[in-house]
Design a protein around this ligand. Sequence first.
Ligand SMILES: Cc1ncc(COP(=O)(O)O)c(C=O)c1O
Length: 460
Amino acid sequence: MKLQKFTDTEKRQLKKIAMENVLVHWASNEDLAKEPKIFTAGEGCYVYDIHGNKYLDSFSSLITSIFGHGRDEMKQAIMEQMDKIAFFPNYHDSFTIPQIKLAEKLAEIMPGDLDVSFFVSSGSEANETALKMARQYHWANGEPHRYKVIARRYSYHGTTLGATSYTGFSALRQCVEPLLPGALFTHPVSCHDCELGLDPSNCNMTCLKMLEKMIVWENPETISAMIMDPIPGSNFGYPIPPDGYLQGVRDICDKYGILLIFDEVQTGFGKTGKWFACENWDVTPDMMSVSKALTAGYLPLSVTMTTKKIASVFNKEPGSEFRSGGTYGGHPLSCAVALATIEIMEKEKVVEQAAETGAYLKAELEKLYKYKIVGDIRGMGMIWAIELMADRETRTKLDPSLNVGTFIRDWCWDNGMILRNNGNSLVAAPALVMTREEVDIMVGKINESISAAMKHFHFD
Ligand SMILES: Cc1ncc(COP(=O)(O)O)c(C=O)c1O
């Protein structure tokens, strides 16, 4: 790893350009006003900023860098493919070798009969593609009136207009409404804070009954697909569904001819201690979107996986083709990197490692219950959320205006660790290869930061 040095003038200039010439994704004007953060190097689970400060990354570069930074194999995979052909589109009737090999490998590792790949570049596009594929599938089968899509409140499916239409966060929707027609929202499954106010020990999964009622009321023949993340993401604090829920959704979708799409953009590739989150409950969808860890963060790539049964509708005769695509979808360099990612995962048993380190991480995080403001600790494998509360016993929420989560995040940044917070929910979702020593450092810093918050806000 090379650590570049910058003069004060260069730093000032870079920051000025960043502020004036870049609209950063999901910007926080409040944080930008303090100072834009510029990263220049990475090694393992650590990254370095323009001042040479070193940070342990507990959010694995937006939950992508499952091996951390600086793996030679990835560099090598890119260089080897560069020497052959850097780019040719997966378009019309053309393929490159890495696309074909990756499709073969994905068919092998995907659950059930998800054997067919459609390559795009981002998680949003993979979801958007799945939704278009569902629509065209029904259209081809003589059911063009199946246009509605069921999604869940508080699930995030991406940033494109289509993906935003089925994303259950009102703050992301309201500034671009009206969105696509036919988006139907059902309950999130967050049993710790049930929307229906029910007790999970005796609710008989009323949320599933409500889902079915909605489908019947809407007329099932108007619904094309249901999109859901088996475990909702970091911004909803990883609520784990109760056993039987995913199977319940699967059964309802089958009953009414609705295609089931699992968005595993965040949870796929080992994060939960299985290759894919849905394998924790042995439920397979009709389509699955994957991205992020697919290339371990080294290059952009995403895939909409589907079954041969669904894909067969699109290769029947001229005119039946799936009418979608993008120039860089399935970029050969990205496919080569994805193949290298899967090879490392298999060779180094990264999924098993994630399950083992995840169990250790869970046990270490649970020690934080010693603080009364640690309300819930939820997650699985290597993706965890810590929800802060005013009082765990009474489950009283913290006053959001106190910004306790942000205080903790800032404390961690000031003390050499990147921590993601969503309000009063803290996230620990590090690289899958994080060592136990690094887990100790990470949890140690979360511990110290909560302790600092207890003092700062006089919670003791
Ligand atoms: C569950 C889920 N779906 C979709 C997306 C969108 O992926 P991308 O940002 O690559 O478009 C994300 C991104 O965070 C995600 O977590």
